[in-house]
Design a protein around this ligand. Structure first.
Ligand code: GDP
Length: 444
């Protein structure tokens, strides 16, 4: 028999109200023991909660009989005053009744196991709790609403058609397989392949919305990267000094631009060095910069010896010539030519001037919106989805290659179906589920 679990659903600390949830076969007995009369289903009842050692608090008690509850089991919620002592007294009383403290994500895992939501929706619940920006919230909400599950159903329809054709032909001796088998299966495979390509192209956007759009500040030490970073972030996030090579590691500063989460990072000054610790910093900075979604190459416009552009730069990145308040150095013209050849978007500023920083902020906002906004929200949003979509796609493309051998093609289609099924988690082994739910907070 399943345990009955309990946990505080609200964050620790003082608050007006705290919510403690209970789910499992003994939920009703627990409500009766603490609150006396069980309230009508889904209607709040005001009760004084009592433990063996006396009254705990006045609480609103909600009773959700299964299977119509969030977890699909009998569940209850106690809305108590949000003081830490009140919450711990209630948790102790529930423990004394023999209930068990829930693991992280265990309520949602039970909902998943009872068929209340699929794995992608459960991930959406976790994302919704983590959401800090408007875009993250909208994307997570679409996922909780089952956007990926609906796409999966559509894909399955084509899979079933393709597979039915191949499976029906498996019994034919090789030389007698009618050519129509492949002809009938092909349009379904092709449509599915097209859809999976689109979904995969969108995962990157989904991941950026979820995890943040990454912008790297690159350029020689002393170019003014820390100054610009502080200006952009609106606070002293990096230490500004006049000694080259002070910023030794990658400092990520979270920001919000046009409702999107952005991570802006200063780098250790991409230059060769013999100092071991600094060399490690440079290595990390390079890796961060080359995997970033956008780079800003910051150049000290007053310098007469500008380093060549870092190799991490790609077309569409920004070239910002800094220190426009000082007389230009002899090398600026060459840097500009190199930036133009790389197709960088050019700006000339003084990082010490807030108005100039505003121009860069606007340019970054444009880039983020251009790359992340779309008519529709991405349905696949994380690496787990991306890997499974790519697996399925590879199988289906192989099926097209071997379409003349129905047995081989049928096997490919079957395996593609398994990969897609795993997106919604219907056939996932325990350890995969453990990993997904371990990222949840307790009480959800
Ligand atoms: P980083 O090594 O690239 O991070 O550069 P910092 O931000 O630490 O700046 C190096 C030096 O240049 C500091 O003394 C800054 O005050 C100065 N600096 C940065 N931006 C400007 C600017 O626009 N004009 C002038 N005159 N000095 C600047």
């Amino acid at each position: 028999m399943t345990d009955t679990i309990y946990a505080a659903a609200t964050a620790a600390g003082r608050a007006a109200v705290a919510v403690v949830r209970v789910s499992g076969p003994r939920a009703r007995a627990a409500v009766r023991a603490l609150a006396g009369k069980v309230p009508r289903p889904r209607v709040a009842g005001l009760r004084t909660l009592q433990s063996d050692s006396g009254p705990i608090d006045q609480a609103l008690v909600l009773w959700f009989p299964g299977p119509g509850s969030y977890t699909g089991e009998d569940s209850a919620e106690f809305h108590v005053h949000g003081g830490p002592a009140v919450v711990s007294a209630l948790l102790e009383a529930l423990a004394a009744l023999g209930l068990r403290l829930a693991e992280p994500g265990e309520f949602t895992r039970r909902a998943f196991e009872n068929g209340k939501l699929d794995l992608a929706q459960a991930e959406g619940v976790a994302d919704l709790i983590e959401a800090e920006t408007e875009a993250q919230r909208r994307q997570a909400l679409a996922q909780v609403g089952g956007a990926l599950g609906r796409a999966h159903l559509r894909w399955r329809a084509d899979l079933i058609e393709a597979s039915a054709n191949f499976e029906a032909a498996v019994d034919f001796p090789d030389e007698e397989v009618p050519a129509e088998v492949a002809d009938r299966a092909r349009p379904h495979l092709q449509r599915l392949i097209g859809e999976l390509h689109l979904a995969l192209a969108d995962v990157d956007r989904g991941e950026r919305i979820r995890d943040g759009f990454r912008i790297a500040l690159v350029g020689a030490p002393n170019a003014g990267k820390s100054t610009l970073l502080n200006g952009l972030a609106g606070r002293e996030a990096a230490i500004v000094t006049a000694t080259p090579g002070t910023t030794r590691d990658v400092i990520e500063v979270p920001m919000r631009l046009a409702g999107y989460k952005v991570l802006l990072a200063d780098t250790a000054g991409l230059r060769d060095t013999h100092d071991e610790i600094e060399a490690e910093g440079v290595r990390r900075a390079r890796a961060w910069a080359s995997s970033a979604d956008l780079r800003i190459w910051l150049v000290d416009g007053s310098s007469s010896a500008i380093d060549p552009p870092p190799e991490e730069l790609t077309a569409g990145d920004l070239c910002v010539i800094n220190k426009s308040d000082l007389p230009p150095g002899d090398d600026t013209g060459r840097a500009l030519l190199e930036a133009r050849a790389l197709e960088l978007e050019m700006h000339r500023i003084s990082a010490r001037d807030a108005t100039h920083v505003g121009v860069i902020l606007a340019a970054l906002t444009d880039q983020v919106v251009q790359r992340l906004a779309g008519d529709e929200l991405p349905t696949a949003t994380r690496l787990r989805h991306k890997d499974l979509l790519a697996e399925a796609l590879a199988r289906l493309e192989h099926a097209l290659v071997v379409e003349g051998s129905p047995e081989l093609a049928a096997e490919d289609v079957r395996l593609a179906g398994r990969s897609l099924d795993r997106i919604t988690g219907r056939i996932d082994p325990e350890d995969v589920l453990d990993r997904v739910f371990a990222t949840f907070c307790i009480g959800k």
